[in-house]
Design a protein around this ligand. Structure first.
Ligand code: ADP
Ligand code: MG
Length: 256
């Protein structure tokens, strides 16, 4: 059975997409079968996996509107070693089109159930909002991975996300758990970041992943080559950190 994880944080630019594609590539590297689902109309995770969002024949939009199955709409990213259910601007329309349909927040969950046997992991890259798209991701998932920068306002933003997750847990998806907080773009030379990191550990204990992703320019350069950093430059510090995180995730699901 596939384990399904949302990478979510309602803030933009916190490293969701970077985490999704690099974790996907890292998991593929350690032998896991992975499907990456792009739920952001910006399509960055699609492009960052070497799939041209402008040339998608079918996308996650068709899956949400039930005009295609996951198996029909997925593409394979040969270089990266995982499958991609891509997104492009068309997906922005789904928000409105889903308003009047039944079980609108369960569309992705239903669609993924059919592809379950093909994968060990499904990773969902969420948009920077708590919208119907994110809700579809949260309803489909077993757990949420929250990337965060260790900055002063990081904890404040977390409260909204934690409350949303609690509500989804209570009303729509009793399986949903926060798997963990992932510290990203970390720079140990910055005292404030070390302090916030310590605060996170004090507050959230073992909900904070052991792996820490450093700020690393290779991770930022990789998308312009249509690759995750892990594939683009496996020896970069950031890439190695994401592979270590993939290994940590494999360990975590054994105890789930
Ligand atoms: P989100 O999906 O949350 O909006 P992104 O993953 O797109 O965030 O990251 C925002 C920006 O930060 C991007 O330009 C990305 O390349 C860069 N970035 C993300 N993680 C790192 C990192 N560990 N080191 C350096 N740059 C990073
Ligand atoms: Mg993103």
């Amino acid at each position: 059975m596939a384990k399904i994880f949302c990478v979510a944080n309602q803030k933009g630019g916190v490293g969701k997409t970077t985490t999704t594609v690099n974790l996907a590539a890292g998991l593929a590297k350690v032998g896991q079968r992975v499907l990456m689902v792009d739920l952001d109309p910006q399509g960055n995770a699609t492009m960052g996996s070497g799939i041209d969002k402008r040339q998608l024949r079918l996308s996650v939009y068709d899956v949400l509107l039930e005009s295609a199955s996951v198996v029909e709409a997925r593409a394979t990213s040969d270089k990266c070693g995982y499958d991609v259910l891509g997104a492009n601007r068309e997906l922005a329309g789904a928000e409105v089109e889903l308003v009047d349909v039944e079980r609108r927040e369960k569309r992705l969950k239903t669609a993924l159930a059919e592809a379950d046997a093909h994968y060990d992991f499904v990773l969902i890259d969420c948009p920077p909002s708590l919208s119907m798209l994110t809700l579809n991701g949260l309803c489909a998932a077993h757990g949420v991975i929250v990337p965060m920068q260790c900055e002063y306002f990081a904890l404040e933003g977390l409260t909204d996300l934690v409350n949303t997750i609690k509500q989804v847990h209570a009303n729509l998806n009793k399986d949903l758990l926060i798997i963990g907080l992932l510290r990203v773009m970390f720079d140990p030379r910055i005292t404030l970041q070390v302090q916030v990191s310590d605060q996170l550990k004090a507050h959230f204990g073992d909900k904070v992943f052991n792996s820490v992703i450093p700020r690393n320019v290779r991770l930022a350069e990789a998308p312009s080559y249509g690759l995750p950093g892990v594939t683009f430059d496996p020896s970069a510090r950031g890439s190695q950190a994401y592979v270590a995180f993939a290994e940590e995730m494999v360990q975590r699901i054994r105890s789930m």
